[in-house]
Ligand binder design. Structure first.
Ligand code: G3P
Ligand code: CA
Length: 264
C-alpha cells in the first residue's frame, strides 16, 4: 500500500488504455500497448495469466479461442485453456488476425515484453491479475518479475506509475503483503459498508462505470482510495464520470479519452 490522494481536478484524471488501445489494435498485444503509449495514455491496462510452464503471459480470456488461431493450430486441445499450453506453444499463435488481417502475426506477449515496451516511456502500467486462483504462485511470480526491474519498485509512486488490480480481492490483499510499496486496486464495487475493510490494503477501487455515481465516488475518496471506472468508450459518459470526480477512466479509446480529459 502506498496511498495516493484523489486527483484535485478532472484535467488531472488518468487516461487508461484498456488492454492497450484495444478499439484499434488487437487487445493485449504489443501493438495495442504501443498504440496506447502513442495516444498518450497515462497508464496501459493489461491482463496477466500463467502458462503450463509457469510463464506470465498477457491475455484476457482464460481460454485462447477468441483472440488467437489456437483452434486451427491445436484442434485436439479444446477448451484451449491458457494453463494447458506452454509458452513455446502459445508463441506459435496468431493473436492479431481476428481483429484485422493487417495485424496478422501479432503474438500473445509475455509480461516481460510489455514491461520492455513501457519502461523507456512515460506511460505507467495497470496490471490486472486475471483469475489468479487458477494459477498457484502467480502472485509471487508477478512480484518477482516487477522487483527485478528497478522502474517498477522505485520509492516515488508517481515515477513508478504502477498499479496491480484484480477482481480477486484476496489476491490483492496477499499481493499487498508481498510488495507493499506497489499500489493495488480491487476491481468491482465493494458496498459502502465494505470500503473501510478494503481500504486497509487497497489504494484503488475500480468498478464498472455504472457504479461510479457522485455518492459512490465520494465514499471511495472518504476512505482514502482512488476510483477508476471501466470500460468507457462514449464521450458523454466520459464527461459525466469526470464530473462525478473520478481519478481516471479505463477506455478502449485512449485518444478520445485524452481529448475529453483535456477539455474537462
Ligand atoms: O481494468 C478493468 C477491466 O479490464 C476489467 O474487466 O473483463 O476487461 O478485464 P475486463
Ligand atoms: Ca482487464
Amino acid at each position: 500500500t502506498a496511498t495516493a490522494a484523489p486527483v484535485e481536478s478532472p484535467e488531472q484524471a488518468a487516461a487508461i488504455a484498456h488492454r492497450g488501445a484495444s478499439a484499434y489494435a488487437p487487445e493485449n498485444t504489443l501493438e495495442a500497448v504501443r498504440l496506447g503509449v502513442e495516444m498518450r495514455a497515462d497508464l496501459v491496462e493489461i491482463d496477466v495469466q500463467q502458462t503450463a510452464d509457469e510463464k506470465l503471459v498477457v491475455v484476457h480470456d482464460t481460454t485462447l479461442g477468441r483472440t488467437t488461431d489456437v483452434e486451427q493450430k491445436f484442434p485436439e486441445r479444446a477448451p484451449w485453456r491458457v494453463s494447458d499450453f506452454t509458452l513455446e506453444e502459445i508463441r506459435t499463435l496468431d493473436a492479431g488476425s481476428w481483429k484485422d488481417p493487417s495485424y496478422a502475426g501479432a503474438t500473445v506477449p509475455t509480461l516481460d515484453e510489455v514491461l520492455d515496451v513501457l519502461e523507456p516511456t512515460d506511460a505507467g502500467l495497470l496490471l490486472e491479475a486475471k483469475s489468479p486462483s487458477l494459477y498457484p504462485g502467480i502472485a509471487e511470480r508477478i512480484a518477482d518479475e516487477l522487483s527485478s526491474r528497478p522502474r517498477w519498485v522505485r520509492p516515488d509512486p508517481s515515477a513508478r506509475n504502477l498499479v496491480v488490480q484484480s477482481f480477486d480481492w484476496e489476491f490483492i490483499r496477499h499481493f499487498d503483503g508481498l510488495l507493499p510499496q506497489v499500489q493495488v486496486g480491487v476491481l468491482g464495487a465493494p458496498s459502502t459498508d465494505q470500503l473501510a475493510e478494503v481500504a486497509r490494503y487497497s489504494d484503488q477501487v475500480n468498478p464498472h462505470h455504472s457504479e461510479a455515481t457522485p455518492e459512490y465516488v465520494a465514499a471511495v475518496h472518504e476512505h482514502g482510495m482512488r476510483i477508476n471506472p471501466y470500460t468507457v468508450n462514449d464521450r458523454e459518459r466520459m464527461r459525466a464520470l469526470l464530473g462525478n470526480g473520478v481519478d481516471g477512466i479505463i477506455s478502449d479509446r485512449p485518444d478520445v479519452l485524452r481529448e475529453e480529459i483535456r477539455a474537462a
